[in-house]
Design a protein. Structure first.
Length: 198
């Protein structure tokens, strides 16, 4: 979902490897909780869907699922391996208003430049239906830098991202923190937030 060429090329080249790493027989507990929080048959967007495993799980659960990713290789894997109807595009290509009951932005917005984040969150607010739910996961920290694989990351502190969500008109209702080893083999802290359009 970033427009950083090096990051997109890495994701495209390693899409199959990434799919093998994230694929689970059943949805994670976090994804299952998100699905259960949405109305039956509701419309949902997997923003930065990667290989499409989460989008496929949401579709199997009966949600009307849209998926969007900016890495052509990821789009190809999502279509071939998971049968996901995914559109190639960036965060700026979210152009629907007041329709999504849920948006799953699971560790995708962390590739957006810091200056663009307020606009992205406002766009997602506008895309949500009233009472719609945004799930956002980010690595926490400060600044921006490339990881050992060359992917460009922007880091936010928990207060920073919560403030940006509030400024976008969203109400934070759940917060979870932890630490996990990423695709680059490095352990990093993260935050997951649920924020709702009222």
């Amino acid at each position: 979902m970033t427009t950083d060429r090096q990051t997109l090329e890495l994701y495209s080249a390693r899409a199959a490897d990434y799919a093998d790493r994230v694929t689970e027989p059943e949805p994670s507990a976090r994804l299952r909780a998100f699905i259960d929080a949405l109305p039956r048959g509701g419309r949902v967007l997997d923003l930065g869907c990667g290989p499409g495993n989460a989008a496929a799980a949401m579709a199997r659960a009966g949600l009307d699922t849209d998926a969007l990713d900016a890495a052509a290789g990821m789009v190809d894997v999502a279509r071939r391996q998971f049968g996901v109807q995914v559109r190639l595009g960036t965060f700026e290509d979210v152009d629907i208003t007041r329709e999504y009951h849920g948006i799953w932005a699971n560790f995708s917005l962390l590739h957006a430049p810091r200056a663009d984040m307020p606009g992205h969150l406002c766009r997602l607010h506008d895309a949500l239906a009233p009472h719609g739910l945004l799930h956002i996961g980010l690595k926490t920290g400060s600044g921006a830098r490339r990881d050992g694989l060359g992917r460009l990351y922007t880091y936010f502190t928990r207060p920073e991202i919560k403030d940006l969500l509030t400024q976008a008109g969203l109400t934070v209702e759940l917060e979870e923190t932890g630490s996990e080893t990423g695709f680059d083999g490095v352990e990093a802290p993260w935050v997951v937030l649920w924020a709702r359009r009222l």
